[in-house]
Structures are given as C-alpha cells and as structure tokens.
Design a protein around this ligand. Structure first.
Ligand code: SIN
Ligand code: FE
Length: 291
C-alpha cells in the first residue's frame, strides 16, 4: 500500500470538490498520511525571533497552547503573548482545514493541544520508549482513549530549507497481526489500581493496554524497525501533512521548527469506523476491547 496520499491544496479553508473529499477521507481513514505540499503556514516578520530553541523552558521540547495558556516557554509576558497568538493562529487554521476536508467530523472534534516545536528532532539521548525516531503508533501511558482517535496536523516552517524526515511503516493491521501473539491480557485489577493512583486519567481499557504494548514492543524490536516495509518521506518547509497517529506507523528522523495540532475524535464520527484501530483489533481478537 502506498503510505502517502498527495493533495493539491493551497488554502487553509479550501473549497473541496466531493470527489477529492471522498478520496481524502478514504485515504486518511485507511491509515495513509495526507500530504499537502503546497500548504504553508505564514509567519509574521516579528515572529522570526521564535526560530530558536531559546524560549523553551528547561528540558521542554515543545511550546504549547492549551486553551489560552502558553506552556513550555520562558519569556517576558509580551513575548509569551506573541507566542500565544502565533500558535493560536495555527489552531484556527488547522481547525478550518480539518472542517473543510472532513465535514462529517466537524461537530465531534475535540480540539486538544497545539504545539510549536523549535528544537531539533532528537534520537540519541532518549530512552527507547520516548524515542520517536523508532516506528510507533501513538499511545500514551497516562491518557487512555478507549478507542477515540488521535488526529494530527503538522506543518514544517523551517526557514533554512530543511525538510522534516519521517519513516512511515506497514499498514496498522499487518503490524497488529505481527505483534498480537506477544501481547497478553492486562493483569486483572491493574487498570483500577493505575487509575486509583492517578497514573492514568481514567481506567485503561483492554484496547489501551494493547495499544501501549504495540507502541512499546514495536519500538523495542530492532529487527522489526529495520526490516518492516517502510517508506522515507521528506516533508519540505512550507508543507503540511495530516494523519491518524494512532494508526499510522511513523518515526521522526530529523527536522526542526514545526507546528502540530492534535484533535480527538470519537469512532462514531468516522466515515469508515471498521478501519479504525479499535475495530481492527476487535476483529483480530474476536471480542470487544472497551467496556
Ligand atoms: C511523533 O509524533 O512521533 C513525532 C512527530 C514529529 O516530531 O515530527
Ligand atoms: Fe508519534
């Protein structure tokens, strides 16, 4: 399967004809990365000061906007406000893009974090679990989703012509078939305990348990990382891409200066729910994976 679908779109609020729209929806929900090579995010001249990791607090890698609050940056109040308005513009643009391309999602999208990533992609000094230069699907230990989707929009804004380089792996179902035999059931009672001790924000479902195991087993398996069918993709500055990062096997190899917007989406809002990781895993396991 071709892992990338290219769309000729130059506008954050594009008028999309129904054929293009259907093609984009199917590709996205099948687990492809939609690449919009002509869609850039214009920065203002006064924002050139943000082309530097200097504003990051401590060891943070991202500056994010959560509601109206800027997190992860240390700067004077007026600079923080400027960061907030820059990131907020990305929130607005990425939302209007998703609403235009996928009108069926519109009233169900839960807008999560918007982030600006001014540091270089790092892959050496991290523990293997945190190393996103290894192929993985997104699954977070503290944030059980119960099957809700993780939809992400990315834009490379590198000012020096440097692409963001990803690897994209095999389809989700193939990866699931590869690793499922090595995933055992959660220890009875563990989901309750993790929630009780506030390690998770809500109890983990069996789906979350499997997704975390998939994430970890995949990252830990050097042979799989090397040998699985995969494709390297260069996302040039001035380009945007969209994917369900809980489904697409992805790895970030290099790059600097990117915006990212996360949305959560219930399965019921999908055009093809049967293609979602939850439904695919349930079919393979032969039972329901959420309560
Ligand atoms: C990731 O989501 O794993 C990293 C994406 C990136 O930094 O390009
Ligand atoms: Fe990821």
């Amino acid at each position: 399967m071709q892992a990338i679908e290219t769309l000729d779109i130059q506008d954050w609020q594009p008028g999309v004809n129904p054929t293009v729209s259907q093609q984009a929806i199917l590709a996205l929900e099948q687990g492809k990365v939609l690449h919009l090579p002509g869609l850039s995010f214009p920065m203002q001249e006064s924002e050139n000061i943000f082309y530097s990791p200097q504003w990051l607090s401590g060891k943070r890698k991202n500056i994010s906007l959560e509601g109206s609050e800027v997190r992860g940056a240390t700067a004077p109040p007026e600079t923080l406000a400027q960061l907030g308005s820059m990131i907020g513009r990305y929130t607005k643009r990425s939302s209007s893009l998703i609403n235009s391309l996928f009108p069926g999602y519109m009233h169900h999208l839960n807008q999560a974090r918007t982030s600006f990533r001014p540091s270089e992609v790092e892959n050496s000094s991290l523990s293997w679990k945190k190393d996103d230069s290894r192929l993985h699907v997104d699954a977070f230990p503290s944030r059980p989703t119960h099957g809700e989707r993780i939809l992400r929009v990315f834009t490379n804004v590198n000012p020096s012509g440097i692409a963001r380089i990803w690897r994209v792996g095999e389809p989700f179902e193939a990866a699931a078939q590869h690793f499922l035999p090595h995933i055992s059931r959660p220890v009875p009672g563990s989901a309750k305990l993790l929630h009780l001790f506030k390690i998770t924000k809500r109890p983990r479902s069996e789906y979350d348990h499997i997704m975390l195991q998939l994430h970890d087993l995949m990252k830990a398996d050097a042979g799989y990382q090397k040998n699985v069918p995969q494709q390297e993709v260069d996302f040039a500055p001035g380009s945007t891409w969209i994917c369900f990062s809980d489904q697409v096997l992805h790895a970030a190899m290099s790059g600097q200066f990117m915006f990212e917007q996360t949305f959560h989406l219930p399965i019921s809002a999908l055009y093809h729910p049967e293609l979602s990781p939850l439904r695919v895993l349930e079919r393979l396991k032969g039972h329901r994976l959420t309560a």
